[in-house]
Design a protein around this ligand. Structure first.
Ligand SMILES: Nc1ncnc2c1ncn2[C@@H]1O[C@H](COP(=O)(O)OP(=O)(O)OP(=O)(O)O)[C@@H](O)[C@H]1O
Ligand SMILES: CC(=O)N[C@H]1[C@@H]2OC[C@@H](O2)[C@@H](O)[C@@H]1O[C@H](C)C(=O)O
Length: 399
């Protein structure tokens, strides 16, 4: 037998596993690295975050990724080179952190890598039905495995597409295993580049739980701040706070057909980008908006998309507790608008559920890898809200 299969069998048979989750999201701010301890699998999963850090991407890395990111036309050589380069880079970043943490790579069972989404294409967006849904993540896990010597699991989204999904959001799987409550209707709201949430009904019924994207979280805010202020994001919402919100622009942005598509649905910076914004500015004929007013309006737009979805959910489920995670929770101008508009909801962060909100997505991919080796897609059987009953991820051996 291939020794690596023997090793995989041993890892799958263990009662406890040490798994590193890696997430590099749509904001291109860096690689989130979460070292997690898992006990069990499926409904009996227990996760503990042992260590967490984000390795920021320097300007060179950001520029290289941006050259292929969310574009319909790219340099194919560049895409090919990046697929390998990012895999190696992520591997080196993992090794660097393990050394800082004084943890031997040999003690880690698996690395779970999301990779870098470079294009996300649900059928509603490309409108070519014969192709169906499609999504592409780069940063090959063979490079990660060879560089770290750790069996690596990646490319999680393809199975979801193959089984009828859009390839996202996958958060529902991990959220259901880790955060379901017997007594509380929970919303796990992640405000990253794109905002998405998982709904978990009290009692942990697999049937009605679901996850969906709701619209741009920070992606348009970041793009406008980068263009007009030369900074990566709006620190603590200070720019937005100094501008005036333009309601006409918000209505125009919200008139996009995406907001009428039934749940669950997904989107990305392929739609929510500066060209989308420019088109809407032209349509509305707005000429007098200051850069700070633009950032304020885009922040209010991001909040409005979230609030609209939460109000629809409240029509069916009450009371609701919303647990925040993702970088947008550090923008009090954004979260303030959401909280003020939803007086009937209780708000908290995933810290109360035992997970650092900045680490949450990386932990979720580690939980998915735990299921890849030890779990069973049948845990999710019976869901009627668009979640195929599958386990996901492809396995790369170091040798
Ligand atoms: N102090 C802060 N003030 C304002 N915004 C912040 C702050 N810290 C982080 N952010 C926002 O959060 C973003 C990063 O969020 P996060 O890392 O959750 O996104 P991501 O994982 O890349 O995106 P996605 O979840 O869509 O893949 C930044 O680009 C910025 O817009
Ligand atoms: C295609 C893709 O990478 N989508 C991301 C993105 O970032 C947030 C939102 O859009 C979500 O749908 C998804 O990530 C999270 C981790 C998910 O799959 O649950």
């Amino acid at each position: 037998m291939n020794q690596q299969i023997q090793r995989l069998f041993e890892i799958a048979s263990k009662k406890e596993r040490l798994i590193i989750g890696l997430m590099s999201g749509t904001s291109l701010d860096g690689l989130d690295v979460a070292l997690c301890h898992f006990q069990g699998h499926g409904r009996r999963t227990r996760a503990r975050l042992e260590k967490f850090d984000t390795i920021p991407y320097d300007d060179e890395i950001k520029e290289e990724i941006r050259s292929v990111f969310a574009r319909t036309e790219v340099d194919f050589q560049q895409l090919c080179l990046l697929h390998a380069w990012l895999g190696k880079l992520h591997g080196s970043m993992v090794l660097e952190l393990l050394e800082n943490w004084n943890i031997s790579p040999a003690s880690v069972d698996l690395v779970a890598s999301h990779g870098q989404t470079v294009f996300h294409a649900p059928v509603w967006m490309h409108n070519k039905p014969k192709f169906g849904n499609a999504t592409l993540q780069i940063g090959d896990t063979d490079h990660l495995a060879v560089r770290t010597g750790i069996i690596s699991v990646g490319d999680f989204r393809q199975k979801h597409v193959a089984a009828g999904g859009e390839g996202a959001p996958l958060a529902a799987y991990g959220d259901y295993l880790l955060y379901s409550s017997a007594h509380e209707n929970r919303v796990l709201l992640n405000i990253g580049g794109i905002a998405n949430y998982t709904f978990l009904p009290a009692g942990g019924n697999v049937k009605t739980m679901f996850a969906t994207d709701v619209g741009p979280g920070n992606t348009l805010i970041d793009a406008a701040v980068q263009k007009f202020f030369g900074r990566p994001f709006d620190p603590d919402g200070s720019i937005a706070r100094s501008g005036e919100v333009n309601e006409t622009l918000i209505s125009a942005l919200q008139s996009h057909p995406f907001f009428k598509i039934p749940l669950p649905k997904t989107t990305g910076p392929e739609l929510f980008n500066l060209s989308f914004l420019d088109k809407k500015l032209e349509e509305t004929g707005i000429k007098t908006l200051s850069p700070a007013g633009l950032v304020a309006s885009l922040t209010a737009f991001a909040a409005a998309c979230i609030v609209q979805e939460m109000k629809l959910l409240l029509e069916k489920y009450r009371p609701l507790t919303i647990y925040l995670s993702g970088g947008g929770m550090h923008n009090p101008f954004l979260t303030g608008m959401i909280i003020d508009a939803l007086p009937d909801c209780k708000f908290d962060t995933t810290q109360s559920l035992g997970i650092n909100p900045d680490a949450k997505e990386a932990v979720l991919f580690a939980a998915l890898a735990n299921e890849t080796v030890a779990g069973n897609g049948a845990t999710f059987k019976g869901n009627t809200s668009g979640l195929p009953a599958i386990s996901m991820g492809k396995i790369s051996f170091p040798r």
